[in-house]
Design a protein around this ligand. Structure first.
Ligand SMILES: Cc1ncc(COP(=O)(O)O)c(C=O)c1O
Length: 403
């Protein structure tokens, strides 16, 4: 049998239809540029949805990966390995964490966090303390527990009975949380900036209020930093700029800078509840993933990258303001660092996908967050010149949209 030509049409023939990828197929990337099968060049402001924090094919990450690939790929959790311990130590040295658990995706890190919260409550306060409080428009992944915790019911409807005892409240509404919380609450889980839900920033006073209420009711405060972590908002983790420290934090996406890995960070007293055999994963802590993540951690946790994020945020915001002055398409630009959302105004509601496609026609890759928000999550090391070029292309796409 001959091998079929690799085309976008083949996707529709042989793949489960849960995605609808663009027509072009990327085949190569370097820094913030990618090329498709026809060798057409695109500027990439998606970062693989906030994953490729150091761009495509970063030479130091390629070197870390190839060096490890020649030594040891996988050993299972019957053994530990050197890269996993090096990475865990880096994380502990630079965050609130005293203990780390590694998995492979954001959802799995959150699954571990939620299970930890339930088990810690069970061990210490008895069977009644099972309520998890989460927020509308929050997103925590697609396993059944995490998607039911997420604040968008259509994602979890239609799969049979949902995990019980999950309450959803409005984000940034402290009095709603005050009214809802009780001794039955075992955890409050939230993003320090809702990414998928529309790039909605948190109010500092809300984050601090959540912390106080979690202390009052002996509930774990879980920060889902899957999208915001690893420099994305201009600090290593977003909690560092909010004046609160969570009990549990989850990281994924940029943690491996493109290699699948996630982590759950916590304190020794909570980690103690996940004793041998209570939780696990075959691939978590895999040497290849940890070697890449360890190098990425070293490169991202630097003044050069973190201060650069703030500067590049200013550049993008300034360019978007100029575009908006001329074409009046956005009602606001919100977000933090290099996780920014341009919210379409009333006249262009529901047209984010059109603008995304018009951008791709101009050789520019951007994201949407819902039907009316264009999201930018470029590599943290994108150059200022590339931002200028990208914004010129985006202006051309806006012109097409308003025609
Ligand atoms: C805040 C947040 N949590 C969890 C997830 C799920 O991560 P993954 O798709 O790696 O399972 C995402 C993915 O977009 C996310 O943005």
């Amino acid at each position: 049998m001959s091998t079929p030509a690799v085309t976008r049409a083949l996707f529709d023939q042989i793949m489960v239809p849960n995605y609808a990828p663009l027509a072009m197929i990327p085949v190569r990337g370097e820094g913030s540029r990618v090329w498709d099968q026809d060798n057409r060049e695109y500027l990439d402001l998606t970062g693989g949805i906030a994953v490729n924090a150091l761009g495509h094919a970063h030479p130091e990450l390629v070197a870390a990966l190839t060096e490890q690939a020649k030594k040891l790929w996988h050993v299972s959790n019957y053994y530990t390995n050197e890269p996993v311990l090096q990475l865990a130590q880096q994380i502990i040295d630079n965050t609130f964490a005293e203990k780390v658990f590694f998995a492979n995706s954001g959802a799995e890190a959150n699954e571990a966090a939620l299970k930890l919260a339930r088990r810690f409550a069970f061990d210490n306060y008895g069977q009644e303390k099972t309520e998890i409080i989460a927020f509308h428009h929050g997103f925590h992944g697609r396993t059944f527990f995490t998607v039911s915790t997420g604040g968008h019911a259509p994602y979890s409807d239609g799969f049979g009975p949902k995990p019980a005892d999950i309450t959803h409240l409005d984000y940034n509404d402290l009095s709603a949380l005050e009214n809802a919380m009780s001794d039955k609450t075992c955890a409050v889980i939230l993003e320090p900036l809702q990414g998928e839900g529309g790039v909605l920033p948190i109010e500092k006073s809300f984050a601090q209020g959540v912390r106080k209420l979690c202390d009052k009711y002996n509930a774990l405060m879980i920060f889902d930093e899957v999208q915001t972590g690893m420099g994305r908002t201009g600090s290593l983790f977003a909690y560092m700029a909010l004046g609160v420290t969570p009990d549990v934090l989850t990281s994924a996406k940029s943690l491996g800078a493109g290699f699948p890995i996630s982590a759950m960070l916590t304190l020794t007293k909570f980690a103690a509840s996940l004793t041998v055999g209570t939780h696990g994963t075959t691939f978590g802590g895999n040497p290849l993933a940890c070697a890449v993540a360890s190098k990425a951690f070293e490169l991202i946790n630097s003044d050069e990258i973190l201060n650069g994020v703030k500067e590049k945020e200013r550049l993008i915001r300034h360019a978007l303001e100029k575009i908006n002055q001329q074409y009046n398409v956005f009602k606001e630009v919100r977000g933090a660092g290099l996780l920014l959302g341009a919210v379409l105004n009333e006249q262009y509601q529901g047209r984010a996908k059109d603008l995304l496609l018009a951008s791709a026609d101009q050789g520019l890759l951007v994201l949407a967050a819902g039907a009316s928000v264009i999201r930018f999550a470029p590599a943290l090391n994108i150059s200022n010149q590339e931002i200028d070029q990208a914004m010129d292309k985006f202006e051309q796409a806006v012109k097409v949209l308003i025609k």
